[in-house]
Design a protein around this ligand. Structure first.
Ligand code: ATP
Ligand code: MG
Length: 145
């Protein structure tokens, strides 16, 4: 799927928000500045979040507990070893909220085997290409509309 600019990425995030359920994990792969956080901004706006959406590259985890479902926005860019993940307490969240994870590769392989795995690539003209690995849990919910 081609996403032509930042505005379109925000709009896509909003559509994805309408499909989001508690227990979901969405991983967001792609190079620096691919638009991962931009997609999350659109998604959070779609859930009614007003205000800022800082990139959690330093905090690692940014909670939005007042939303339905509550969302935890995670950025693992600075994780160097998958064992550091235990300290983040993400296991306790599963089920009650939704997890949106940038740089999931830094957690090691197969950490979130049931995740909706989204990848963003930068195209020559600056637009983004979005590809998805869709698990059974998302059948009927993908693509969002
Ligand atoms: N189609 C597009 N979708 C999203 N962002 C775009 C698009 N075209 C250009 N941009 C620009 O690319 C940048 C994307 O930044 P963003 O923080 O979302 O990337 P990121 O993938 O989260 O990067 P990082 O790996 O550093 O966390 C923004 O400055 C945005 O304006
Ligand atoms: Mg980011």
């Amino acid at each position: 799927m081609r996403i032509k600019d930042e505005k379109a990425m925000l709009a896509f995030g909003r559509k994805l928000a309408a499909a989001l359920q508690a227990g979901d994990v969405i991983t967001l792969s792609g190079p620096l500045s691919a638009g991962k956080t931009t997609l999350v901004r659109g998604l959070l706006a779609g859930l009614g979040h007003k205000g800022e959406v800082p990139s959690p590259s330093f905090a690692l985890v940014q909670p939005y507990e007042m939303l339905k479902p509550p969302v935890w926005h995670v950025d693992l860019y600075r994780i160097e070893d998958p064992s550091e993940l235990d300290e983040l307490g993400l296991d306790d969240i599963a089920g009650d909220g939704a997890l949106l994870v940038e740089w999931p590769e830094h957690a090691g392989r197969r950490t979130w085997s049931n995740a909706l795995a989204l990848s963003l690539d930068v195209l020559e003209d600056g637009a983004r290409a979005l590809t998805a690995e869709v698990p059974a849990a998302w059948e009927g919910r993908w693509p969002p509309r």
